[in-house]
Structure formats: C-alpha cells, structure tokens
Design a binder for this molecule. Sequence first.
Ligand code: FAD
Ligand code: NAI
Length: 468
Amino acid sequence: ADQNYDYDVLVIGSGPGGYVAAIRAGQLGMKTACVESRETLGGTCLNVGCIPSKALLHGSELFEEAAGGTLAKFGVNTGKVSLDLDTMMGEKSTAVKELTGGIEMLFKKNKVTWLKGRGSFVDAHTVKVGDDTVTAKNIVIATGSSVTPLPGVEIDNDKGIVVDSTGALKLPKVPDHMVVIGGGVIGLELGSVWRRLGAKVTVVEFLDQLLPGMDGEVRKEAAKLFKKQGMELKLSTKVTGVEVKGKKATLSLEPAEGGDAETLDADCVLVAIGRKPNTDGLGLDAIGLETNQRGQIEIDEDFSTKIDGVWAVGDVVPGPMLAHKAEDEGIAVAENIAGMTGIVNHAIIPSVVYTMPEIAGVGLTKEAAEEAGYNVKTGKFLMVANSRAKTNRDTDGFVKIIADKDTDRVLGAWIISSLAGTMIAEIALAMEFGTTSEDIAYTCHAHPTHSEAIKEAAMAVQGKPIHM
Ligand code: FAD
Ligand code: NAI
C-alpha cells in the first residue's frame, strides 16, 4: 500500500457496484475498505431490491400455481390452498440474511474492511465516516439510488398505505385494492406479487404503454398479458394527488393530455415512478464534483470522474439502473485502478422483468435500430409453437430477433417467456462475439427446451422457421 494513505481503495457504498469493486480490488492485492451506512452489506439490491422482490415473486408464483389450479391440472391435488404471508415473508428475510451475510464473509476472505457509517468527502483523498476520517489513494463512489418521490405524495412505509418498493416488500397483509403509480419494472413485478396473493391491482401509467425503453411489440404484448392476468391498466393517465384518510387512500387521476378528472380508492398505493442517484450529503462540493441534469455523476469510459483519484460506478452514474451493470462496472473500475484495462460494453446489457412470463431484452429495440439508421430485418417465433412450452402449458410470449439486413449481425433480441431471463444470456453472449442470425440459426439447441425458440426466431430472420 501507498504509505501516504490509509487505503489504496476506499469504496463508498456496498451495493452490487461497491461491494464487487471492493472485492475485486482486494483480489488484486490493494488495501481496500468499503463504507456502508446500512446495517448490512449488499445495498439496495440485496436488502430491499432484487433479492427480496424475487423471493416474493417466487413465493407468490407458487401460491398462484397451487391456488389457481395449475398444479391440479397436472394431477397434483393439494386440498384447500391457503396463504401464510408471515412464512412467505420469513423465507424472503432468510434469503436476504444469507446473501448479505455472504458479502460480509467475502469481505473477510478478500481482506476488505467494512467501515460502518455514512461517508462524506473532506477532500479528494479524505472521507469522513462518523467521527473518523480515512484517507485513500483512490475513492470509488458507489452510493446507488433511491426512490423518486412524487411531488405532494407522502410515502410512509410503516403505515403501509402509501408505500415505495421497500414498503411493498413488507406489507403486513394482502391489500384489497392496490394502486400502483408507474407501469415500469417495479410496478409490474410488485404489482404481480400482490395480485397473485389476492389483491385487485390497478396500474396507473403516464405514458400510453407500459415499460418504456423496451421493444414496442413487447410492450404491447406485455400489456395484453397483464390484463389477461387480471391487472387493471390505466395508461395515458396521471396522478394529480393522493389523499389518505384513516386506512384508505383516494387518488385523483387525470388523462395525461388533460380532460375530466376521476378518483380511485385504494387501501395501498405503491409509488414506483423511477429512482434517482444518491449524492445528497456526500460532500461532492468539497471536491468540486458536479452532477449532471439528471443528478448523475459523469464518468469517462474507465469510470474516472473529472477529479483525480475519484471514480464512480452503478446507479449513481448514467446508464440503466441494474445490478449486473453495477457489478460489471465494479469489476472494471477496480481493474482500471490496478492499472489493467477494465471495460464494460454498455451496448450489451440485458434487462429482465421477473414477472410471469418474464420479459427480457438485450441490445437495440426495433424502433431504436431503425432510428439509428440500420436497415432492419426481424424474426419472430411464438412460444406456443415451442414443444417444451407447449408441454409445460406455458405458451405465453415469443422470441424476436432484430438483425442488420445488410450484414445479418444481430442488433438486439426481445423475449417474453417464463424463462426469458435465463434465455436472454445466450443472445448477450452471442452478441458479444458479434453473432449473425445465421450463426444462431445453425447452432444446435437441445430439444425440448424453451431456448429452441431462439434458434427458430433466428431461422425466421433467415427465412423460415421449421415449426411455425
Ligand atoms: P445500491 O445497491 O443502491 O447500493 C448503494 C449503497 O450505498 C446502499 O447500501 C447505501 O446505503 C450506501 N450509501 C449511499 N450513500 C452512502 C454514504 N454516503 N455513505 C455510506 N453508504 C452509502 N436490478 C437488477 O438488475 N435486477 C433486479 O431484479 C432488480 N430488482 C430490483 C427491485 C427493486 C424493488 C429495486 C428498488 C431495485 C431493483 N434492481 C434490480 C435495481 C438494483 O437494485 C440496482 O441497480 C443496484 O442495487 C445498484 O447498485 P449500486 O451498487 O449502484 O447501488
Ligand atoms: P421505471 O423507470 O422502470 O418505471 C417508472 C414508470 O413510471 C415509467 O413507466 C414512467 O413512465 C412512469 N411514470 C413516471 N412518472 C409518472 C407519474 N407521475 N404518473 C404515472 N406514471 C409515471 O422505474 P421503477 O419501476 O420505479 O424502477 C426503478 C429502477 O429500478 C428501474 O430503472 C430499474 O432499472 C430498476 N429495477 C430493475 C428491476 C429488474 O431488473 N428486474 C426490478 C425493479 C427495479
């Protein structure tokens, strides 16, 4: 270690960006510490994000399969199905505890010191943590993001009436009517959880479609499927106010374009209109680092900020707010600090909505490819024509591959299927290797698997699939 500093690398924040950066820095032989103010390591993702939400998505899916007759259809008779919400929440908490504890163990193994408390800059090489100050040659900002508030709407996760995602992960009982503000990823995942467990769920979305940023055809199909599942969708609608009286909330709604107002009663309102970077109280002023219009810290390709020795990764920098993006940036920044060449290909970051079916994509949407000036050709294969999906009675969705008509290079892919989140990895990998749709079409895929739909969609780009 450099004798002039306490640490070679000090990471602020222990989410997927920060903890991964810290572990990688430790692995590369640098003296490393990570500042985290939460009681446990792992950031948003492990504590109140990816992990607890997936635990509830899994639990609620099992409940719906049992209560909704899917098990019975296959001759698995359970008798009367009932919900024990406390047990489901218990499983969620156990998963969170095991995984956050796992990070603590990995820190020990890689000699990363956890400095407990809030960190703020004193200067570009000094951070105050509680009453202490520590110095480091390199400081990585990985402070993540938090919920974007809706002006005039007060969130109270303990009361459980108007909540954000953190509150929606620990409701004490199934609401009768949950209104979700925001038809994005959080709204659809957590809305699905509570709908499966018995709530009536209404999603209010400002835009004319759900899931902004995804492929147009996927957005339309998703809306159709969520409606089929019983979710009520109010698109092109804005919420102008939420009033809480006793245990009920009343929302005021208006068409996005203006028009007649209406009200909607709910016993739970989930605010899920996006997240914003965490930089408050971080002392960026002290080092002369400004944020951009969206509150993000701008970085170069190597994750360095314009202040020497200060780096940043994860939700606090531009790009999709995703755990795997943050993790890859964490690895790359540590490697760059160590003098290696850490790179993240931001053009190929998969995104997955973990509903049933899952919705996943990587690369460009058809709309974005056309806008970028590509001569686009697409191939689509319906899951209803995939033998395994058919056998499993799991036929919702499709695979859509977008390729460059001139070179056949794959520009993106979009999948709706129960296994879309796992399937998309194949395309991400293939795209990293510069795949053409022909490469995929002539790659042998195991039968019977959902992944065969990827091969067939690639064949559809080529000309014709076999099974459709
Ligand atoms: P974070 O995980 O937000 O971690 C930042 C950490 O820094 C926090 O622990 C915070 O306490 C700490 N911190 C902040 N400021 C300071 C300070 N000054 N001093 C000390 N500590 C500080 N992404 C996916 O890819 N897949 C999913 O399935 C998924 N599901 C999600 C579900 C929900 C409900 C939510 C809310 C998010 C989900 N995300 C998911 C997004 C994912 O959680 C984030 O993209 C990811 O956590 C970002 O990692 P990060 O390291 O940048 O920041
Ligand atoms: P989001 O950006 O996905 O969706 C927010 C939605 O709210 C958008 O559709 C937007 O048009 C709408 N909206 C904005 N203001 C509105 C208003 N006033 N009234 C009605 N609708 C409004 O944000 P979300 O769902 O809060 O998630 C935050 C982030 O967390 C996402 O960017 C995502 O990257 C991450 N996340 C990822 C998950 C995953 O990877 N599976 C799961 C959950 C979250």
